[in-house]
Design a protein around this ligand. Structure first.
Ligand code: FAD
Ligand code: NDP
Length: 472
């Protein structure tokens, strides 16, 4: 049994943990820092590009944990798992029996896939989280003829887009696809591209104004220790895998859920999936892409407050209800009063932002300095790719929490772009920008500054009028 003393202790080698280490390396290189990580490979971020003040795009890579020692001379890495935390004595105990005395700790233990309830009935029900789970999926894809995909968020959308040579039955409980990130209009835009993947004609620009009720377009707020969650391009690994026997075919089953799953290896298709709409689907395996749950997989002397989603509730400085215990990333639940245009979604952008904030606050605690919450929490931004298109989501992009009293302005050019503005009292509250729209910086300014756009009417989205010229 060994004993270690450190000023800073970080648990977890995902984006949150590594960002926390990197930030502390800059803020306080002379102090001791310990990283407890179960895996020798950790996640880091490169090629950071700012599309605007708060809209950031970056690559996520896997790297040897030892490479972090180059940036922090006083970093000690322990390849182990946190087993017990004594917050009173400020002592952590690992699986291998190492005791770590700390001044401040940041828990960055991420999340695990939340699988459908019948998942225990069969090893043919898979969740996707880390490299190991993708390998399992790749293996099943090679020989599979038909798969069922359950869930309507990021992972399901990427799998449907990236896989070929296998029959796909996509079971969603909404009446349109990719509901976590987009609205029914954008879903229609993407489905058109499924139909004419290679045709880029009929490119008529359509401009529409709608009054939507909240129910029409509410976004869903999302609700075994392995390696860190995958990065944004994980599905590229699936693109070139073709089944020997399968055919390319996609069936979408709307407004349905899985009622039960039964494995019978004597059948032609070993998995029988009973849906709530009475449909029975036989398949080789099922992907449960049904969200994440925070991973608090160790014991405490005193459990801190939890958020509704089971995550560790943190304030605006990422501190839990227990002093000197901070948390960031998927394991944390943002429990402070949010700015009007920000909300939590478990994304790598937010894992990075939370961890940067936690590091600043931990440093402030040690050095007795006051810290302010970072500007990035003023505006929800997410930059991603869906079905091959660049997608930028800003603010209350689906009218989240705006009640029924808001307007939607749409401009769409089939196969090229889909632009949606959410306006309340003539001011921009959120936007969905699909394609190379070049509108992100303008939208960011319009949301943050709450400029009254009513004098412009529908011209805000008129492609012949450069609205940003008015604000330069
Ligand atoms: C398939 C997939 C695709 C995704 N694509 C995107 C995307 O395109 N864009 C996007 O923004 N987000 C995406 N995400 C979400 C994003 O990956 C996560 O929000 C983000 O990685 C969370 O980072 P984290 O550091 O909090 O957690 P994790 O990456 O889960 O890291 C947690 C780390 O803690 C370690 N750990 C856990 N328990 C312990 C313990 N007791 N002791 C020591 N170590 C422990 C784990 O081994 C792991 O290394 C995707 C997620 C998945 C699964
Ligand atoms: N491009 C990107 O930005 C990507 C981001 N990610 C992130 O990775 C994490 C995991 O992704 P993912 O698993 O897709 O999670 P998401 O939270 O994105 O989506 C989960 C989906 O599953 C649905 N669901 C939940 N439970 C059930 C159930 N029992 N039966 C049927 N449907 C159900 C949810 O519906 P409902 O909303 O109604 O609860 C939702 O549509 C998320 O944090 C996600 O944001 C992942 C891939 C890509």
């Amino acid at each position: 049994m060994s004993e270690i003393n450190t000023t800073y202790l970080i648990v977890g080698g995902g984006i949150a943990g590594v960002t926390c280490v990197e930030t502390l390396a800059i803020l306080h290189p002379e102090k001791t820092l310990v990283l407890v990580t179960a895996s020798t490979l950790v996640k880091n971020v490169s090629n950071v590009t700012f599309f605007a003040k708060t809209i950031v795009n970056f690559d996520v890579n896997e790297t040897e944990a030892t490479s972090l020692q180059k940036i922090h001379p006083n970093l000690k890495i322990i390849y182990d798992s946190l087993k017990h935390l004594d917050t009173e004595k400020q002592k952590a105990l690992t699986d291998k029996g190492v005791h770590i005395q700390y001044d401040v700790i940041c828990i960055c233990t991420g999340g695990i896939p939340r699988l459908i309830s019948d998942s225990k009935n069969s090893k043919r029900v898979l969740g996707i989280r880390d490299t190991e789970s993708v390998k399992d999926f790749q293996q099943k894809l090679k020989t599979g003829r038909r798969m069922v995909i359950v869930g309507n968020g990021g992972i399901a959308s990427e799998i449907v887009h990236a896989t070929s040579g296998i029959e796909k039955v996509w079971v969603i409980r909404d009446d349109y696809i990719s509901a976590t990130f987009i609205d029914p209009g954008a879903a229609e835009f993407f489905q058109e591209t499924f139909k004419n993947e290679n045709e880029r004609k009929n490119q008529n620009t359509i401009l529409r104004r709608h009054i939507y009720s909240e129910e029409d377009s509410l976004v869903s707020l999302n609700k075994n220790l392995k390696s860190a969650a995958l990065g944004p391009d994980w599905y590229r690994k699936l693109e070139n895998i073709k089944s020997d026997r399968g055919v390319q075919e996609l069936e979408i089953v709307y407004k349905a859920e899985v009622e039960s799953v039964l494995e019978d290896n004597k059948n032609e298709y070993p998995l029988r999936v009973q849906l709530t709409n009475s449909q029975l689907v036989e398949c080789d395996f099922l992907i449960s892409a049904t969200g994440v749950e925070p991973s608090v997989n160790f014991t405490w002397d005193k459990v801190p407050e939890k958020g509704q989603d089971g995550g560790l509730a943190v304030n605006e400085f990422q501190e839990t209800s227990i002093k000197n215990v901070f948390a960031a990333g998927d394991v944390a639940s943002a429990a402070w009063e949010h700015a009007p245009h920000w909300f939590q979604l478990r994304l790598w952008t937010q894992a990075r932002q939370m961890a940067g904030m936690a590091a600043k606050a931990m440093h402030g605690r040690i050095t007795n300095q006051e810290v302010l919450q970072d500007f990035c929490f003023e505006l929800f931004t997410h930059c991603t790719k869906l079905f091959g298109y660049r997608v930028i989501l800003l603010g209350k992009y689906n009218g989240q929490g705006l009640g029924t009293d808001y307007e939607i302005l749409l401009r769409t050019t089939p196969n090229v772009e889909y632009i949606k503005f959410v306006l309340k009292d003539g001011k921009l509250q959120g936007a969905i920008l699909i394609g190379e729209t070049d509108l992100e910086e303008m939208c960011e300014n319009l949301i943050l500054d709450q400029i009254d756009l009513s004098p412009f009417g529908d011209d805000i989205l008129n492609p012949d009028i450069h609205i940003d010229d008015y604000f330069d």
